[in-house]
Design a protein around this ligand. Structure first.
Ligand code: AMP
Length: 225
């Protein structure tokens, strides 16, 4: 079963997905992380993806669908039994997918194998979204997420967990963020109505601490179990 985590940049999709992995046995797929890996490759596709991401625009739906479908199949193989049977069903959190109606329709074509349980919308106010994303730094090795002011590492620029170097994302700069927020409103917000109509929408106030937000998400997951 699939949980979708959605929200504006800085809403905490990555952090909350990591907590679902750590505390509730989820597998996580972040389309942003998958694309950042792709962008690092010295290939024509890598260069194209990097350019799109740095402008704050969306990468093509077809490529995203291939990434997500392949990732889900990999999780299912690793889980065994096609991911659906047994005592502990496969639980996957998708961080950052779908981001528009076309992607939601593509995902629903996989619903026999991978049914969506919830579309969890992390709601955050505009300025808070920008300040969270602008201050965000990420471990280049293990991808742990920090914030320069609200969740700084113990040692400057070093990951507390693995000692890796912390880096700022190329798209976490104001110009790119304003663009991402505009695209978010235009492309992603229609998904709220889409999942509400299908009775999957869960809205969570994300203008709170990581722990408070996670407590609400955890309650949802436990209700569904
Ligand atoms: P994120 O790490 O989720 O903030 O995503 C970073 C960037 O990756 C986005 O601004 C897009 O350029 C790209 N991206 C991630 N997920 C998607 C998606 N589902 N559709 C299109 N582009 C995406």
């Amino acid at each position: 079963m699939i949980y979708l985590l959605s929200g504006a940049p800085g809403a905490g999709k990555g952090t909350q997905s990591d907590m679902l992995v750590e505390h509730l046995g989820f597998r996580k797929m972040s389309t942003g992380d998958a694309l950042r890996d792709c962008a690092k490759e010295a290939t024509e596709l890598g260069a194209r993806v990097a350019a799109i991401m740095n402008k704050g625009e969306f990468v093509a739906d077809d490529l995203l669908f291939d990434i997500v479908a392949a990732g889900l199949d990999k999780f299912a193989r690793e889980h065994g039994n096609g991911g659906n049977s047994g005592d502990a069903p496969l639980k996957v959190v998708l961080d950052g997918y779908p981001r528009n109606i076309n992607q939601a329709e593509a995902l629903s074509s996989l619903s026999d194998k991978y049914p969506v349980m919830r579309y969890v919308l992390l709601q955050i106010d505009h300025e808070h979204s920008i300040s969270r994303a602008v201050g965000r730094v990420i471990c280049g090795a293990c991808r742990a997420i920090y914030h320069r002011d609200t969740n700084p590492p113990q040692q400057e620029n070093r990951c507390d967990g693995c000692g890796g170097q912390l880096v700022q994302r190329g798209d976490d700069v104001r110009a790119s963020l304003e663009k991402r927020l505009t695209i978010y409103k235009r492309e992603t917000e229609p998904l709220i109505a889409y999942y509400r109509e299908r009775d999957k929408l869960a809205e969570v106030n994300a203008d709170r601490s990581v722990e408070q937000v996670f407590a609400d998400i955890k309650e949802l997951v436990l209700q569904d179990a």
